[in-house]
Design a protein around this ligand. Structure first.
Ligand SMILES: Cc1cc2nc3c(=O)[nH]c(=O)nc-3n(C[C@H](O)[C@H](O)[C@H](O)COP(=O)(O)OP(=O)(O)OC[C@H]3O[C@@H](n4cnc5c(N)ncnc54)[C@H](O)[C@@H]3O)c2cc1C
Length: 408
């Protein structure tokens, strides 16, 4: 790996730019080349020779430590300073490079392992996360424990050499595609929060079963996950027995920070890509000067676009503060709430502007982009639920950010 230590930041920027240009597979710039959409999530499914150009890209970036640039080198990162990591981010974005690795391991689990795991656990898991070798899922929610997550019932008993796990999780995103699961379990039924532990489960372990659930948008991105007499090594418990709640909450802060960046003004978790104003102009009458004739809709679209601009400036600032301090805080609930609200509003405006064409599920009467808009609008309903509902995030803001008293 190239060593950028000591180089000043502008020299670093030029080195990054050159390296990215030289190492980005040409196939990724060619729209005719078909890329497996799953490839960017990595995992065991993509072990072996890199046939997909995206996997080549991921491996090259990982070899540089640039999939997890601020992580220590021993953990698969590049040990970059926050300022250098920001330069890398800027160059990736400015050059239009694909995100090399999308990963719950990178966004959620890795940061808490760095804070709470033993050295052995860090060395065992972090390099594989950074390399995209292992795909992770999140086993938090249960049928009786969503917003009140600490009511979870999945049992974890001491069985001598192993932990023995029995119970059910739900809404486990990509559980049927994941290789491992970071999971909250109950090690003590007599204490609510102090009875929770944080464990790591290999999904290939006997007794783990997943059943996909179909979403309103037509996709099946998540599953019911069942654990029946699942035995995991004692070393797979992170932190202290009964100390999982603190880790769980910290992980949620990382999750909320990352989800908020992902909602975006384009595709992602709801809505379809493209400039909302330009899309509306294709469907609706215009004034002589080219502006939308419907002044009310024009005003609402403009407001949504301005709010997104302000939102992006805010998350840029919050991310910079987070890098400079000790990671994200309860304030991530503010941006998670705002991101969900804006993404849903954008999706609503999109289908409203499209009129009847925004109601297509499938069929010849609808262009692919129109079907995407309808399905994106349906998918966006989940934005205010995933990663903690908007109501729950507003509660967190009231208690932990504003310091308001608990009404109970
Ligand atoms: C797209 C998507 C992906 C997901 N992925 C995962 C995943 O990978 N892993 C995982 O573990 N979970 C996942 N979830 C689950 C998600 O975390 C839960 O759905 C969420 O926490 C809400 O829990 P619940 O569905 O049980 O709703 P409930 O907790 O039953 O809530 C029902 C309603 O009551 C409201 N409510 C509840 N308590 C309060 C309160 N104290 N104050 C005010 N209002 C309240 C809620 O806001 C909500 O409107 C995912 C969900 C979605 C939509």
């Amino acid at each position: 790996m190239a060593d950028f230590g000591g180089a000043d930041i502008e020299a670093f920027r030029l080195q990054v730019r050159d390296w990215l240009r030289a190492n980005y597979p040409a196939a990724l710039r060619d729209p005719a080349v078909v890329i497996d959409p799953e490839a960017m999530w990595g995992g065991r499914a993509f072990a072996g020779p890199a046939k997909d150009p995206h996997i080549q890209w991921m491996r090259r970036m990982a070899a540089q430590g640039w999939t997890a640039p601020t992580w220590p080198k021993a953990c698969g990162g590049a040990g970059l300073a926050a300022e250098q990591a920001r330069v890398l981010e800027q160059e990736l974005s400015a050059g239009g490079y694909r995100t090399p690795l999308a990963s719950f391991g990178l966004w959620m689990l890795g940061p808490v392992l760095l804070e709470y795991a033993s050295e052995e656990q860090k060395r065992g898991h972090l390099p594989k996360i950074a390399a995209g070798e292992i795909r992770w899922c999140q086993g938090y929610s249960e049928p009786g424990a969503g917003s009140d997550l600490a009511s979870l019932q999945t049992r974890c008993e001491d069985a001598g050499e192993n932990w023995l796990i029995n119970g059910q999780k739900i809404w486990t995103s990509y559980a049927n595609k994941a290789d491992w699961c970071f999971c909250l379990v109950r090690t003590d039924a007599t204490k609510k929060h102090e009875g929770i532990s944080f464990v790591l489960i290999d999904m290939a372990t006997p007794g783990v079963e997943t059943r996909p659930i179909k979403l309103i948008s037509g996709d099946s991105p998540f599953c019911e996950t069942f654990f029946t007499d699942v035995r995991i090594p004692k070393d797979n418990l992170v932190g202290k027995v009964g100390g999982g709640w603190e880790i769980a909450k910290r992980l949620l802060q990382y999750e909320r920070q990352n989800i908020s960046g992902g909602f975006g003004g384009g595709g992602g978790a709801g809505g379809s890509a493209g400039d909302l104003g330009q899309i509306a102009k294709r469907y609706l009458p215009l004034e002589a000067d080219g502006a939308l004739a419907d002044a009310d809709l024009r005003g609402r679209i403009t407001r949504n676009k301005m709010d997104f601009q302000a939102f992006y400036l805010t998350i840029g600032r919050v991310a910079a503060e987070s890098r400079a301090n000790s990671g994200p805080s309860a304030a991530t609930s503010i941006i998670k709430y705002a991101a969900a609200t804006l993404a849903q509003e954008r999706s609503e405006l999109m289908v409203e502007a499209m009129g009847h064409q925004g109601l297509g599920w499938e069929g010849e009467g609808f262009a692919p982009g129109e079907v995407m808009a309808t399905r994106g609008w349906l998918r966006s309903k989940g934005n205010s639920i995933e990663g903690g509902t908007s109501e729950v995030n507003v509660n967190v803001v009231a208690k932990r950010v504003l310091g308001l008293p608990d009404p109970k």
